[in-house]
Design a protein around this ligand. Structure first.
Ligand code: ATP
Length: 235
């Protein structure tokens, strides 16, 4: 297996507060890698650092031979890395179609991409002219994922995509991530729900105090609940 993204020695800061210390991660092509750790461990910061959205003072983030840490934030999505932040961050005043258009423009994609993405989330087809701020929570999450997929990413970063959703929507999001894996997309998933992690992840990377700890196959997490006890406080 080859790597889709390799992070080494990352130090990330909010002002003078250091949130990541020598953080490392290897994302393999076509895998779902879950980041697990307690509140404040640095999971969200790890995704933001990859996207260039926090101050990175040391380390590398290598994709296709290019160091993303050297790029301005607006260049990162153009390399094929798409990010769905916690809380979705849609343009609430814009319609569904306009939000999708922003995703398409990022990498110059067109109608074929748009049609393929809408096929994944048919509920959006009926709502293309609706203001996105008036969608339900589940629909907004679909739209946030759809907008990310309009980049035709090969690396997808998802921050708690099932937070606050009802079970049918959670299942839909899971199915979508699994379907994208079948197409070779590599995903880093930040997820609090251990059941969701166990059902979807290929590997689990534990994070504590801004540092990476063990990265293990999901079967090992099932077999040794002590991992969860130690790093998440459950199990
Ligand atoms: P959670 O599960 O609660 O979202 P997390 O693992 O995603 O936690 P981060 O949000 O990455 O954790 O936070 C890591 C550390 O950075 C925490 O100590 C947090 O207080 C700090 N931090 C996060 N955002 C900021 C910010 N905007 N300014 C200052 N410190 C921040």
């Amino acid at each position: 297996m080859t790597e889709a993204l390799v992070v080494t020695g990352l130090d990330a800061f909010y002002g003078e507060v250091q949130a990541l210390r020598g953080f490392e991660l290897s994302l393999m092509k076509g895998e779902v890698l879950c980041l697990l750790g307690r509140n404040g461990a640095g999971k969200t910061t790890a995704l933001k650092a990859i996207m260039g959205l926090v101050s990175v003072r040391a380390g590398t983030i290598v994709k296709d031979g290019k160091d993303l840490a050297q790029l301005p934030a607006h260049e990162v999505p153009k390399t094929g890395v798409a990010y769905v932040p916690q809380g979705r961050r849609l343009f609430a005043e814009m319609t569904v179609a306009e939000n999708l258009e922003i995703g398409l423009m990022t990498r110059g994609k067109g109608k074929a991409t748009r049609d393929a993405v809408i096929d994944l989330f048919p509920v959006l087809r009926e709502r293309l002219n609706q203001r996105s701020g008036t969608l339900s929570g589940g629909e907004q999450q679909m739209l946030a994922m759809a907008r990310a997929l309009c980049l035709e990413p090969d690396v997808l970063l998802l921050d708690e995509p099932t937070e606050g959703l009802m079970p049918s929507m959670i299942a839909r999001i899971r199915e979508t991530v699994a379907a994208l894996r079948e197409r070779g997309v590599s995903t880093i998933l930040v997820e609090q729900r251990v059941d969701a992690v166990l059902s979807l992840a290929d590997r689990v990377a534990f994070i504590e105090n801004g540092q990476n700890r063990e990265t293990v196959p999901v079967d090992a997490v099932r077999a040794y609940p002590g991992f969860l006890h130690r790093y998440v406080g459950v199990g």
